[in-house]
Structures are given as structure tokens and as C-alpha cells.
Design a protein around this ligand. Structure first.
Ligand SMILES: Nc1ncnc2c1ncn2[C@@H]1O[C@H](COP(=O)(O)OP(=O)(O)O)[C@@H](O)[C@H]1O
Ligand SMILES: [Mg+2]
Length: 275
């Protein structure tokens, strides 16, 4: 695949930057009814890494992503991207995808991907070409003219992720992107995401409630505590941990589940239901 304005794909250069979260606390509301959600959260998302955030349902993971995206300002503390403080408002370096892909129902699949590129200044011609390329990468070239209502949940999620990555973001924020699809589709989508990340090479923060997914995709796993959430542990993932048939994988899984306080030996390796 050739992507004209993705130099990283051609020369293997780095694309992402570093996201630093410094003593971030956040509350919703004011006074006695305020809900304290994040409490003195600090960690660094290294450039070009995939950092997975896991934690109990409702602990503040989505809040943290909203702060990183500049959709809200923290009550205290600060976030820095590439050395500069994250400020409120849209940023050109950012791509996002959520559990619900949020496609425009009145636009074709192709248009859904191309429109964001045009908004960010690409010519119609470039936007069309890049949309073609990213849809082909996720195996949806034949559905370019379909409308979102004609897609399965997994296909719609593919479009959402292709749309975010087609922007060739330097920072990609993913909030439980595979939580709403079946287990088999989830594994396929994880593989496709790895291929697309290899092309674009952004810095990634991925929130997931699936610890196994965090080990498959992450270089680092940040485990959050109950609300008001702090950082309970920052756990590096080695390449050998990713093979689910190995003792290294089982060890890493047990370590993360232990930090989450999930002590039982039975049941799926999840941190809570998706929010
Ligand atoms: N806009 C909001 N106003 C008030 N409370 C909110 C708002 N958004 C989230 N919350 C509350 O903050 C807590 C953390 O939410 P969230 O960040 O979505 O958690 P998570 O993604 O970890 O499940 C929850 O108790 C939720 O109800
Ligand atoms: Mg959430």
C-alpha cells in the first residue's frame, strides 16, 4: 500500500509523540455533589507505543481519554503532548475511535472516511485515494458505496478505525473499540489494527476491559484503581507474553488480574463491563 502523506510507512521513521499525564485529578460538578473521578493520575505514554489502560467500570478511563483529546480540561494537574500542554479544542495530531463507531448514516462508507480528511485540508482527490487505500486495508473495498445501515457491527467498527487511521494521526485514542463485537470478530479486528498501526505508527492509548486484548496489543498496561482512580500499576508487556499458549502469557495475565483485584481462577479475563 502506498500512502502519499504517510512518510512513516515508507522509511520506518517515527510518527508519534510522547503523552505525559502529570498529577491529573478530575471531578464532575461542584460543591457537595461533585463526583471525584481521577485522583492524582501520573504516567507517561512513550512515543510510538501502544499503552493499554484497564480498570474497573466507571473508574474514569473514558474521562482520561477526553482529557488527552482536549475535550475537557482537568480539575488539576496537566497533560503534555510533545512537550506542550494539551489545550481545549480540536488538534490536527489526533485520531479517535470508540465502542460505537459513530458513522454518519446518510453518507456512504467511503464518504465517511474521506470527509474527515477533507475537513483537515486534504484535496478531494487525495481524500478519495487515501479512503480507498484504508478501506482496502480493512477488506471493505467492496463496501465503499454501502451505507452504515448495511454493515454488520464488526464492519462498522472497521470503518470507524479506518476513518481514524486514515487521518494519519500522531496520537490515536481508542475507547473500548472492540467491546461491542463478538469474540471472533474482535480477534480479527485486533490483527487488522496491528497492521494499520504498522503503516501509520502513531502513539496509541487504548482503553479496554479485556486484559487478554491489552496483552495482545499493548507495550505497556496501566492498571487503574476504583474511582476516584489512581494508577495502581504500570506493567510492561514483553513480546513473548503475547503468545497465548505460553507460560509468559499466563504469568502476565495473572499479574494484571491480580492488580485489578480479580482473584478467581474462573471466568473470562475482563476488568468489568464496557461503559
Ligand atoms: N459528563 C459527566 N458528568 C457527570 N459524571 C460523569 C460524566 N461523565 C462521566 N461521569 C461519571 O464519572 C465516572 C467515570 O466515568 P468514565 O470516565 O466514563 O468511566 P469508565 O470509562 O472507566 O467506565 C462515572 O461514575 C460516571 O458516571
Ligand atoms: Mg468508558
Amino acid at each position: 500500500m502506498t500512502t502519499a502523506n504517510a512518510p512513516s510507512s515508507a522509511d520506518g521513521a517515527r510518527n508519534g509523540g510522547e503523552l505525559v499525564i502529570e498529577h491529573v485529578s478530575h471531578s464532575y460538578g461542584h460543591g457537595p455533589t461533585a463526583i471525584s473521578v481521577l485522583d492524582d493520575v501520573s504516567f507517561t505514554v512513550p512515543a510510538d507505543s501502544v499503552t493499554c489502560v484497564v480498570g474497573p467500570s466507571g473508574c474514569g478511563k473514558s474521562t482520561l481519554l477526553s482529557l488527552a483529546a482536549g475535550l475537557m480540561s482537568p480539575t488539576s494537574g496537566r497533560l503534555r503532548w510533545d512537550g506542550a500542554e494539551v489545550r481545549l479544542g480540536p488538534s490536527k495530531h489526533l485520531g479517535m475511535a470508540f465502542q460505537q463507531p459513530g458513522l454518519f448514516p446518510w453518507m456512504t462508507v467511503h464518504r465517511n472516511v474521506a470527509v474527515g480528511l477533507e475537513t483537515r485540508g486534504a484535496s478531494k482527490r487525495d481524500a478519495r485515494r487515501i479512503a480507498d487505500e484504508f478501506l482496502a486495508t480493512v477488506g471493505l473495498a467492496d463496501f465503499a458505496r454501502a451505507y452504515p445501515s448495511q454493515l454488520s457491527g464488526g464492519m462498522a467498527q472497521r470503518v470507524g478505525i479506518a476513518r481514524a487511521l486514515a487521518l494519519q494521526p500522531r496520537l490515536l485514542l481508542l475507547d473500548e473499540p472492540f467491546a461491542a463485537v463478538d469474540a471472533f470478530t474482535r480477534l480479527t479486528l485486533q490483527g487488522e489494527l496491528i497492521s494499520m498501526l504498522d503503516l501509520v505508527k502513531p502513539t496509541v492509548v487504548l482503553v479496554t476491559h479485556d486484559v487478554s486484548e491489552a496483552i495482545t496489543l499493548g507495550h505497556v498496561i496501566v492498571v487503574m484503581s476504583n474511582r476516584p482512580a489512581g494508577v495502581k500499576a504500570v506493567i510492561p508487556v514483553a513480546e513473548e507474553d503475547r503468545d497465548k499458549s505460553t507460560a509468559a502469557y499466563a504469568h502476565r495475565l495473572a499479574q494484571v488480574l491480580g492488580e485489578l483485584g480479580v482473584t478467581g481462577q474462573h471466568g473470562p479475563p475482563v476488568a468489568g463491563r464496557p461503559e
